[in-house]
Design a protein. Structure first.
Length: 190
């Protein structure tokens, strides 16, 4: 199982360009749908937690899946698996190709990859939205955040995405706390 975790995440790390967000779709496809190591619900939670903790999202996801399967040894195997391809590729590029980005074919390839990365990120976002529980508060927070970031990007307002994330989290906690109050009061009355 440890070897399987390592090789699975080597494959994810090797064939996914564009960073963690682009990897989410592939991680979900392999770890949830093919290997059934985690559920869709767990993948959603992993993504949220991995996004809000320090470090690259793909590494955090790999570490969690590995830990869920085989504890600390699994976490280490999955984490090493996802970072090894990038490390080896960057090392080889720096070692053997001084003017790597001066090669026209490489530059053209990266331009094409940028489009694919955008689609992978959009695919991951759409998949998460489809699986999200359709409750009023999360939908309002999602739509509000999207509109604020869209307006921010169009008019270059300088609103920090981190600040927006904090505001969304605090709003969710406050609204959740308020909606849980009647049930807490009923429990205290009994």
């Amino acid at each position: 199982m440890i070897v399987s975790l390592f090789l699975t995440f080597v494959k994810i790390g090797l064939f996914t360009f564009g960073g963690g967000y682009a990897m989410i779709s592939l991680i979900e496809s392999i770890c949830v749908e093919q290997k059934k190591w985690i559920t869709h619900e767990q993948m959603m939670k992993i993504t949220v937690i991995a996004e809000s903790t320090p470090g690259p999202i793909a590494i955090n996801c790999a570490t969690y899946v590995g830990y869920k399967q085989k504890g600390v040894a699994g976490a280490i195997a999955a984490t090493l698996g996802v970072v090894t391809p990038s490390f080896v590729i960057i090392y080889l590029i720096s070692k053997f190709l001084e003017n790597f980005l001066a090669i026209q074919g490489i530059v053209s390839g990266f331009k094409g990859i940028r489009i694919a990365v955008g689609i992978l990120i959009l695919d991951a976002a759409m998949g998460m939205i489809k699986k999200m529980k359709k409750k009023t508060v999360p939908c309002i927070i999602l739509c509000s955040s999207f509109l604020i970031m869209l307006i921010n990007n169009i008019f270059n307002l300088g609103i920090s995405s981190i600040m927006l994330l904090v505001i969304a989290a605090v709003s969710g906690m406050i609204i959740s706390g308020i909606s849980d109050m009647p049930s807490m009061k009923e429990g205290a009355d009994q």
